[in-house]
Write a protein that binds this ligand. Structure first.
Ligand SMILES: *[C@@H]1O[C@H](CO)[C@@H](O)[C@H](O)[C@H]1NC(C)=O
Ligand SMILES: *[C@@H]1O[C@H](CO)[C@@H](O)[C@H](O)[C@H]1NC(C)=O
Ligand SMILES: *[C@@H]1O[C@H](CO)[C@@H](O)[C@H](O)[C@H]1NC(C)=O
Length: 409
């Protein structure tokens, strides 16, 4: 009896230790977030251990497990027709709201690209299906959600190319007409790694001469935009925070480029962009946050720029400098061509400054930008809007995002 009590107490202490995570006092619903984070960490670490023991790639296992749970909560609506089809060979899920009042007017439309570190989640799982369904209903818009192929079966630039191909197909006049979409009212949008793909594809399409149809807007939700500085103030501040700690984001980048995890530690200290790595030189000013971030976000953080680093990292993964992977590295002329932009950022997010720097560079290039910052919210929150991961942060960010689209698209 006594020993059982000791074991139980020990297990409780251990799980409390495991679940407890120091979070900023400003975060809303901290205990719920700690539980979500702990559950996700257990899943990630179990898959990682299995990977280490020679089982399948940890991201494939993790996506299988989280995907199975995600499929349990797929909603539908009698007001929206959902179709799985292909656009130029790429899987997409299309949401068409039924025409209100019977008249056939042209609708607005959003091309949506889901997040998940280029490796996780699905347009057909509950999280993103339910988001797109609500967008279709509340905006009375046609939503195209792209089921691009994932890491670790496919690597950069496959994800970019899939999204580009599906998007270009959809933007063809006869395809827009088939879905009764108004060609002058189409937006591109995505969250996290999907925001990365949305921004990169938007840049690409604005530069292609032969495309006459362009996006009216882009809406980026806590996007990933650069892999050169893992010591921006938000990376330093949120190094070990919930859902997306810094080393996990670095691993997602490495997996995207099919690189080696030996580079995780050197990249965390910015060795890949040290002053003696000449290839990185030309890009430095594009992400100089001492200049691009307002002081309330810079706080007292100092830039991390080692004098000597490891040039072999960029040699092994040249895509680190490719604008299709890192839209923040684009030249000013490309920024000038971008449409009106919405960027949602969260304070409890290593990627906050990726979004804020992108906003500043767009603004400097003359593009109209809305930054929608949430002081008490965390990375990934927008999809967490129902049991067992129901967060007020999810409802508030989603409502604000949809409201902006509704007023501007
Ligand atoms: C644009 O269209 C012209 C004429 O149809 C063609 O010759 C050219 O190769 C196209 N350019 C691109 C970049 O596709
Ligand atoms: C960063 O690079 C320096 C110089 O090559 C090296 O001495 C140091 O060990 C590296 N740091 C890490 C964490 O790999
Ligand atoms: C989910 O959270 C929202 C906002 O906090 C709340 O209004 C709603 O009632 C919750 N729904 C459930 C099923 O708990």
């Amino acid at each position: 009896m006594k020993s059982a009590a000791v074991v139980v107490a020990g297990l409780l202490a251990l799980s409390a230790y495991y679940v407890y995570l120091p979070l900023p006092s400003t975060v809303s619903q901290p205990w719920r977030l700690m539980l979500l984070d702990a559950a996700f960490r257990v899943a990630q670490e179990t898959c990682y251990l299995a990977h280490f023991l020679g089982f399948r790639h940890h991201l494939r296992t993790l996506n299988f497990v989280t995907g199975a749970l995600d499929k349990l909560n797929v909603q539908s609506s009698d007001k929206v027709k959902i179709t799985d089809t292909q656009f130029d060979g790429i899987e997409v899920r299309v949401y068409e709201p039924s025409t209100r009042g019977g008249e056939k007017t042209l609708k607005r439309s959003v091309v949506y690209i889901h997040g998940g570190g280029w490796a996780l989640a699905s347009a057909r799982g509950g999280y993103y299906n339910n988001l797109c369904l609500i967008m279709a209903e509340s905006l009375d818009a046609v939503i195209v959600s792209i089921e691009y192929r994932l890491v670790p079966d496919f690597h950069f630039p496959v994800q970019f190319d899939d999204v580009l191909r599906a998007t270009k197909h959809f933007m063809r006049p006869e395809v827009l007409a088939r879905y009764s979409v108004d060609p002058s009212r189409v937006a591109i949008s995505g969250d996290s790694a999907g925001g990365n793909l949305a921004a990169a594809v938007c840049q690409e399409i604005t530069q292609e001469e032969n495309i006459t149809r362009r996006f009216k807007l882009q809406a980026l939700v806590y996007p990933v935009l650069q892999p050169l500085d893992f010591n921006t103030p938000s990376y330093q501040q949120n190094e070990v925070t919930a859902v997306l700690p810094r080393f996990i984001m670095v691993r997602f980048w490495i997996d995207y480029f099919s690189g080696s995890y030996d580079f995780v530690h050197p990249m965390v200290v910015n060795n890949h962009t040290a002053l003696d790595v000449s290839q990185a030189g030309p890009f430095r000013e594009h992400l100089d946050w001492t200049f691009l971030l307002p002081s309330r976000f810079r706080k007292n953080y100092q830039p991390v720029t080692p004098a000597a680093g490891q040039a072999e990292i960029i040699q092994a993964m040249p895509a680190l400098l490719d604008v299709r992977a890192a839209p923040l590295l684009a030249e000013r002329e490309v920024f000038r061509l971008q449409p009106k932009t919405y960027i949602l950022t969260c304070e409890i997010d290593v990627l906050r400054d990726d979004g804020l720097m992108y906003a500043k560079r767009l603004e400097k290039a003359g593009v109209e930008v809305t930054v929608d910052h949430f002081e008490d919210c965390f990375h990934g929150c927008m999809i967490f809007t129902s049991w067992p991961t129901n967060f007020s942060a999810g409802h508030r960010t989603r409502d604000s995002y949809i409201k902006w689209l509704s007023q501007n698209l």
